[in-house]
Design a protein around this ligand. Structure first.
Ligand code: PEP
Ligand code: MN
Length: 343
């Protein structure tokens, strides 16, 4: 429910509305707007609560309109937050017209491998360095990541290059540890509905990069974001990384690029596209990356390895350093036509 105040409503009148809402057992949320304030109720209301509140609020003459929200998510919704959000991490703004690229290997494998990758990321003008230390692998026999050692390498390389770092956290109890070492916490696609993890990641107050689950609907995706936002952490970045494919033999996932304009319409949060996991095939990464820019994404997450043939995970979808630099150049040429800025 959103209560739109009359133009010029006083702070006391806004407080009266908040008190009426509290007296019905729910917490209000003030939503400052361009010309007037609205008050939102993020909770799900029972039919009785809704009817009683509508009657109580509708009778106040400084209330202009009481509307029902049409979506199950609230804090992630554009209805609650009409202006577009951006997430500021150090010297980089994600969202709001800047197209950001997060590049790096699937896994941190060694200091040498990771610092080589970081130099290429930096030279090509990308600002965010990705790398997995805790890896969600389908097989327990596959490389599981260097764990805390990998995070230490990441932190060191981040400091040496000045790049912003992002790495995955797989469980709620590990959130404070990962937050100690990196700038952005990634929640992987397989963990999108790990609700205790979403809560703990939210509590760290670090930016949270939330990947869409392989079979998650838009509502499920935004409700997962809602868990993080509900911890008082506004710094959520959404990532479309492909959904379950029909044609298993051709692509690893089906990159749902239509999710980008949909998410932009119904949510105010920044949206990043991951064409690497979205396709699973290095040669499809660049075309889908450029398409992502055209459909309005705020940036990309792209896997790049100094020597993809030797990668311990996701080598077949990882770009070589040359392919990565070429892609960055192509994106930079495309940016003015799409109306976005690139660092
Ligand atoms: C990754 O980013 O390396 C990863 C495992 O991604 P996803 O969770 O999208 O599969
Ligand atoms: Mn990967």
């Amino acid at each position: 429910m959103i209560i739109l105040m009359r133009l010029g409503a006083s702070p006391e009148e806004i407080q009266t509305v908040c008190e009426v809402i509290r007296s019905h057992g729910v917490e209000p949320l003030e939503l400052p707007g361009e010309d007037r304030v609205a008050v939102g109720i993020p909770a799900s209301l029972s039919t009785d609560q809704r009817t009683n509140l509508e009657a109580a609020l509708g009778s106040l003459d400084f209330v202009s309109k009481v509307t029902q929200t049409s979506r199950p998510y609230k804090l992630a919704s554009r209805e609650f937050h009409p202006s577009t959000s951006s997430v500021v991490v150090k010297n980089t703004t994600i969202g709001a017209g800047d197209f950001v690229v997060m590049g790096g290997p699937c896994s941190v494998e060694s200091y040498e491998q990771f610092s080589t990758a970081a130099k290429i990321v930096k030279e090509s003008g990308a600002t965010i360095l990705r790398g997995g230390a805790f890896k969600p692998r389908t097989s327990p026999y596959a490389f599981q990541g260097l764990a805390e050692e990998g995070l230490k390498i990441m932190q060191q390389v981040g400091q040496e290059t000045g790049l912003i770092t992002i790495s995955e956290v797989m469980s709620g109890d590990m959130a404070p540890l990962v937050a100690q070492y990196v700038d952005i916490l990634q929640i992987g696609a397989r963990s999108m509905q790990n609700f205790p993890l979403l809560i703990e990641a939210g509590k760290t107050m670090k930016p949270v990069f939330l990947k869409r689950g392989p079979s998650a609907s838009i509502d499920e995706f935004l409700l997962a974001a809602e868990y993080v936002l509900n911890q008082g952490n506004p710094n959520v970045i959404l990532c479309e990384r492909g959904v379950m494919p029909i044609d298993k033999g051709y692509t690893r996932n089906t990159l749902d690029l239509s999710a980008v304009p949909v998410l932009k319409q119904f949510s105010h949060l920044p949206v990043i596209v991951d064409p690497s996991h979205g396709t699973g095939v290095a040669r499809y990464v660049a075309p889908m990356a450029k398409a992502a820019m055209v459909v309005g994404a705020d940036g990309l997450m792209v896997e790049m390895h100094p020597d993809p043939r030797k990668a311990l995970s996701d080598g077949s979808q990882s770009l070589t350093p040359e392919q990565f630099s070429t892609l960055m150049g192509e994106l930079r040429s495309l940016a003015p036509y799409v109306g976005v800025k690139m660092a």
